[in-house]
Write a protein that binds this ligand. Structure first.
Ligand code: COA
Length: 330
């Protein structure tokens, strides 16, 4: 069986910084409320003209450049997003055109905050079996265009931000490789974190979207999501450790989905590790859903938190619920 490794990564966030104080001018909230509950100080919001495919394009361009490959080598594009430019087709088709790639397979997956690890796992299967040699994966969002920027939507509005991260995966010829991926879902509580429209259950919204307005913004039961996240993150990280017969001490860095700093603290506590071992940049970007893990991975690499030979674990949890982990030897 072949092995897969990440040969390049890149990210892109919009220039527009929105601080907690900026938000408190738009809705009834405060820096103290937001920071004490989430660890977030600021986030980036895409302007009206910037789309998810714009951010995805820029992150992909940077990842391809770092990978030092000819874009013609790319065999497949997988995009994780819940805020695609259009309801269909996906951002992946736009990237094929904008990056001027061959007519390769391109598809989007809707696994919310777990979408990047899901994409990584899909790419790993194709490369391991020899069905593909080089795959571009992306997590990208401009989800703040969907949120209600008022007191009514404040529980969601203060947590989320926009951005994109990408990675190029290729057949590995050395020790550096994806060691394992584990993917899970449980749909019974899907309404704890969801956006109902546009969907096909509700008839009539096309004729009178105003009546259904509130269904076009995400809804969240924060306490329940928190409770599940602090259980599923350690569970799926432990699954990776067990599968690879390694201990948490063998892991250099955990790069989790950036949902909430308090969730990361609780995960560190449950795993019995220092909070420092769980990478965090949520103070700068908030929760960027599918983009948060690749952005965090890029920044951890830039900060030399990961060296050749280190074992790292990516871990995700999000709407669905979905959750996932990937153990990687760098
Ligand atoms: N500013 C001020 N007050 C707010 C607010 C905001 N942005 N958002 C909600 N509130 C209010 C609520 O209306 C509620 O008021 P009430 O008690 O009068 O009804 C109160 O604050 C709730 O506060 P608290 O009980 O302290 O909230 P919490 O400890 O559950 O924290 C979250 C709320 C959302 C930060 C927390 O539940 C959380 O992080 N959940 C997980 C979210 C997540 O990670 N989602 C993505 C997963 S991928």
């Amino acid at each position: 069986m072949k092995k897969t490794r990440i040969i390049g990564a890149g990210f892109c966030v919009p220039d527009n910084v929105v601080t907690n104080d900026d938000l408190s001018k738009m809705m009834d909230t405060s820096d103290e409320w937001i920071y004490s509950r989430s660890g977030i100080k600021e986030r980036r919001w895409a302007d009206e003209k910037t789309t998810t495919s714009d951010l995805a394009y820029e992150a992909s361009y940077r990842a391809i450049k770092q990978a030092q490959i000819d874009p013609d080598e790319i065999d497949m594009i997988v995009v994780g997003t819940l805020s695609s430019d259009y309801f269909f087709p996906g951002v992946s088709a736009q990237l094929q055109e904008r990056l001027n790639l061959r007519n390769v397979a391109a598809f989007d997956i809707k696994a919310a905050c777990s979408a990047f690890v899901y994409s990584l796992s899909i790419a790993d299967q194709f490369i391991k079996t020899g069905a593909a040699k080089t795959i571009l994966i992306i997590g990208a969002e401009t989800q703040t265009k969907l949120i209600e920027k008022s007191t009514e939507g404040r529980d969601i509005a203060v947590l989320f931000g926009d951005g994109a991260g990408a990675a190029v995966l290729q057949t590995s010829s050395n020790e550096s490789c994806i060691l394992s991926t584990h993917l899970h879902s449980e749909g019974k509580d899907l309404k704890n974190l969801w956006m109902e429209a546009p969907g096909t259950v509700e008839n009539g919204w096309v004729d009178d979207a105003k009546i259904f307005k509130s269904k076009f913004t995400p809804k969240m039961n924060g306490k329940e999501v928190f409770r599940s996240a602090v259980t599923r993150f350690p569970e799926v990280i432990n699954e990776a450790l067990k599968h690879n017969d390694i201990k948490i001490e063998d892991v250099k860095l955990i790069v989790p989905h950036q949902a909430n700093f308090r969730i990361s603290e609780a995960v560190a506590k449950r795993l019995g590790v220092d909070t420092e071992k769980v990478y965090s940049n949520i103070h700068k970007y908030g929760n960027t859903t599918a983009a948060s893990i690749p952005i965090a991975l890029c920044e951890a690499l830039e900060q030399n938190r990961i060296s050749k030979g280190d074992i790292i674990i990516l871990a995700a949890f999000g709407a669905g619920y979905t959750w996932a982990s990937a153990a990687i030897r760098w």
